[in-house]
Write a protein that binds this ligand. Structure first.
Ligand code: GLU
Length: 441
């Protein structure tokens, strides 16, 4: 692609006829990266000329998604606002003999005659050099005199795209490979109007894991749905950029700025971009890990607002270890972590390890209590080192199970040392005492 850094202009041109999924936004990511890499401009163009199917709410969702992702655009247009310009160029094509009005019977068999505008195709062979795929040659004879407007006042998709790209100064059209068949038609129109053709780059389609077309049912949710599930925008961007491209090398976790630096459009794959949910979850976890403690805390607090601040600080590493997206806390919080906040109900029968004696379990708990009373709760490791010699002597399960269960009320949970550490000394000892009293009664 041209290295003229001043002049690069790319655009993301979605049709607001539904909620766009991740596969659609991947196009925005590549257009954005290419523009920023070349100090160019990135434009958002809402292609809303289909009045019936275009909806304001979808347009709003697109804007909301791009903002949340941080894919800032320099200019925004609505195609519907430029219909007069499209009409002007349509007239010019007719005046110059490149297009003509054709009266035809409607295909629905109604017998109604309608006026279409067709492009007068000179049936040349057209070759364009795709920045990803190299030369693509089409014999336009096969296209016939294709339709470019429903009537003299209703220009259609190809004409609108060509005119808008020209008027908006677009130099690089980066879009899905499903548009490859449209490109020769658009080149013909551009030539007839005397416009320079932009450089084209057709991205590989994003496929589901079973290699069929990506759909919402197959996991490709709108970007805002991932936001609502507590994914990080940086992870979503990283993931989308890596769907059909990677910079080579082993490093896979990149911020948006790092992606801009490393992006190379000629290395975009020609096919086989697979939407891999597991990889997305992994990437999100990695991005969470890279956040500062303050950032992590502020996200966690959205779900655990009623937790004690100090406790949450100590619990944070455990939480970060156990989640891939913050939204998981909606479920986890109610069960897995609840006992940290509130002493759980204890079923005395469950305190005892396997066929050990209740009186023994009580003895172990009391010994542990004494050990804990004199140490510093400075880390889970310190607590572990203090308890382990005793536990090893008496039997690990016999000692550690009653301790862990007494503190958590859960048959499965994080290790007892981490629980002690997070609860703090006072709360830990008080919970142990209350269980010992219960065993007595
Ligand atoms: N509006 C078209 C779409 O949503 C994109 C047109 C283009 O990128 O040229 O598929």
């Amino acid at each position: 692609m041209s290295e003229n850094k001043e002049s690069v202009v790319t655009r993301f041109a979605p049709s607001p006829t539904g909620l766009l999924h991740m596969g659609n936004y991947r196009t925005a990511v590549f257009s954005y990266l290419y523009a920023r890499k070349n100090n160019g401009k990135f434009i958002l163009r809402i292609e809303d000329t289909d009045r019936e199917r275009s909806k304001k709410e979808y347009e709003e969702n697109i804007i909301e998604s791009l903002n949340w992702l941080g894919l800032n655009y320099d200019e925004m247009y609505r195609q519907s606002e430029h219909v007069d310009t499209h009409k002007k160029y349509l007239q010019k094509l007719i005046d110059d003999g490149h297009a003509y009005i054709s009266k035809e019977l409607a295909k629905d068999g109604s017998g109604i005659e309608r006026e279409l505008v067709r492009f007068k195709n000179k049936e040349e062979v057209i070759t364009f050099t795709d920045a990803i795929r190299g030369d693509i040659t089409t014999d336009t004879k096969d296209l016939g005199d294709f339709v470019i407007a429903k009537s003299i006042t209703e220009p259609l998709f190809h004409l609108a795209v060509v005119v808008d790209d020209y008027e908006e100064g677009v130099t690089h059209v980066i879009r899905g490979e499903d548009h490859i068949p449209n490109t020769p038609r658009q080149i013909l129109i551009a030539r007839a109007l005397g416009f320079p053709s932009p450089t084209y780059a057709h991205l590989p389609l994003v496929l589901s894991e079973d290699r069929t077309k990506l759909s919402k049912r197959k996991g490709a949710l709108p970007v805002t749905a991932y936001r609502d599930m507590g994914y990080l925008p940086s992870a979503i961007i990283n993931f989308m950029a890596f769907t059909g491209w990677n910079p080579g090398g082993v490093e896979e976790i990149f911020t948006l700025e790092e992606l801009v630096k490393t992006f190379d459009i000629s290395k975009v794959h020609k096919g086989g971009a697979i939407f891999n949910e597991e990889k997305l979850a992994w990437m999100n976890k990695e991005h969470i890990r890279k956040q500062t403690t303050e950032e992590q805390l502020s996200s966690v607090k959205k779900y655990m607002a009623d937790y004690d601040e100090l406790l949450l600080n100590r619990l944070l590493p455990t939480i970060i270890d156990r989640i891939s997206a913050y939204g998981e806390l909606v479920n986890i919080e109610g069960s897995e972590f609840r006992f940290f906040m509130k002493q759980p109900d204890i079923d005395i029968e469950k305190v005892v390890w396997k066929d050990d004696e209740p009186s023994k379990s009580k003895e172990y708990l009391e010994s542990i209590k004494e050990i804990l009373a004199i140490i510093d709760f400075s880390s889970p490791q310190v607590i572990k080192e203090a308890i382990m010699p005793y536990a090893t002597e008496k039997g690990k399960g016999n000692v550690l199970w009653p301790l862990r269960y007494s503190l958590s009320g859960q048959e499965k949970s994080v290790d007892p040392f981490t629980i002690c550490y997070v609860l703090g000394k006072v709360e830990t000892i008080s919970r142990i005492e209350s269980v010992c009293n219960k065993i007595d009664s």
